[in-house]
Design a protein around this ligand. Sequence first.
Ligand code: 6PG
Length: 257
Amino acid sequence: MKPKLRIFPDREALAFAGAHHFLSIGQAAILHRGRFMVAFSGGTTPKLLFQRLRVTRMQDALNWDLVHIFWGDERCVPPDDAESNYRMAREALLDDLPIPAANIHRFLTELPPEEAARQYEKELQASFGLPDTTRPPVFDLILLGMGSDGHTASLFPGTTALDEQERWAAAVYVEKLDAWRVTLTLPVLNAARDVLFLVSGEAKAQVLQDVLAADEEVGKFPAQLVQPGSKRLYWFADCQAAAQVLISRRPQVHWHV
Ligand code: 6PG
């Protein structure tokens, strides 16, 4: 699948475009299906999008009563911990939104990791109204960041969560961080109608080039395994992160510089 890469002059332009992409998908989801099911990501780049949504009247573009927010992954820390993705989203956006508390579906990281993953699957099944767990929930949009090692969500290179093809959520011990995480698995990420990667900064230049290079064996980087069946896979990057791609002038890139 040739991912669609849009390149922006800086992080601010990237965040602005990401916020517009988020809202346009949200409006279409509510129009066609009566609700918008979206999974947030952790990380500094996705945080920019949340802040952008908050500081302008963009937030009036959606009926937040019909928006349900989930997370692609979470650190196994208390919800008020400085490391928490949930806390980051609350401070960057959610505390300012007229969204019902029942529409915010965080990982219950007070539970042991494995239990938190199992509980989240139950939350997903109930929220999406699925009769069983044979088919994964179909998110309207999943926001993702990418680390310089090519991880996304909490799917890190060399971890068993990458091989999970049945469960919808997994508990992962990330050796290099010496920390437990919980994450959605590839079956859920790849069932989404739309997936948007947000990548910024020069530290991502090489890995973005590697991940997008069609000739790399697919699977070397976890981010490469995100291949939604809908084919609606978008990468938004700033010029710094796209520096190597710009040099390579790869034909599949849609330039928005
Ligand atoms: C997390 C994220 C993780 C993040 C990437 C990119 O919990 O940290 O889910 O996958 O998106 O590490 O983070 P930056 O945008 O901060 O580089």
